[in-house]
Design a protein around this ligand. Structure first.
Ligand SMILES: [Zn+2]
Ligand SMILES: [Zn+2]
Length: 232
């Protein structure tokens, strides 16, 4: 009988062989996004589980910094999105749904966005009408620094309505083409890669079977109220 570790590494091997081998500008944008997933598995460094990060209900489960919010376990939306990526990716490996090219495209572009490379597929689909409204709004100037604009990018949400788009100059542009080597050494990439490759979840929020953010918040709330001195 195969153990969980063999099942995970089998699925990861199948995933790796199902991805386009290299990112080539002749591939469709979707296939370029899929090939970006190699970044998670190409690390030359041997997998070493990090020292178990201390987990406490007073800390953000993603990054470990103190967090007092009673509406979200995380210290920021960035941490929420990183944890969701790891957890959903681990779930997609466990269920083999990661072997479909649609899922690979979605995860590839989300990885690119988390690393700071923007949303190349989403931006390729910005409707002409939305582009015209943005150009009119900004008079063809970068909306961050007023230099001449070169392109239009998503700002934050990934929604393609003018409110969520910004005209940018070459300097202020964040979007990088899939395959750009800018992120291959990023500490965030190493962190995501270790958490996705780990045979068992390294953090409670990485575990698709058992993570329960409501229960986490309930624990945080009760540990906060138990610290408040009683009046009686
Ligand atoms: Zn955090
Ligand atoms: Zn600019």
């Amino acid at each position: 009988m195969r153990g969980i570790i063999e099942i995970i590494s089998d699925s990861i091997n199948q995933l790796k062989t199902s991805l386009p081998a290299i990112c080539d500008a002749n591939l469709s944008l979707e296939d370029q996004a899929r090939s970006a997933l190699h970044l998670l598995f190409d690390s030359k460094t041997e997998f070493k589980p990090p020292a178990t990060p201390s987990e406490s209900f007073q800390l953000c489960p993603n990054c470990g910094t103190p967090s007092e919010s009673l509406s979200s376990p995380y210290c920021s939306e960035i941490c929420r999105d990183q944890a969701a990526f790891v957890r959903q990716f681990r779930n997609a490996i466990a269920t083999d749904s990661i072997l479909t090219s649609e899922k690979q495209t979605v995860f590839g572009e989300r990885l690119w966005w988390l690393l700071g490379g923007g949303l190349p597929i989403r931006e390729a689909r910005i409707p002409e009408s939305a582009k015209r409204q943005v150009i009119k709004r900004c008079a063809s100037k970068c909306e961050f620094c007023a230099a001449p604009m070169v392109t239009i990018e998503n700002f934050g949400s990934g929604c393609n309505r003018p409110l969520h788009l910004r005209a940018v100059c070459a300097n202020c542009s964040k979007t990088k083409p899939f395959g750009d080597p800018a992120f291959s050494q990023s500490p965030l990439l190493k962190d995501l890669s270790q958490r996705i490759n780990a045979p068992t979840a390294l953090r409670s929020c990485d575990d698709p079977q058992n993570w329960d953010w409501r229960a986490f918040l309930a624990e945080r709330r009760s540990s906060v109220t138990s610290q408040i001195p009683s009046n009686q």
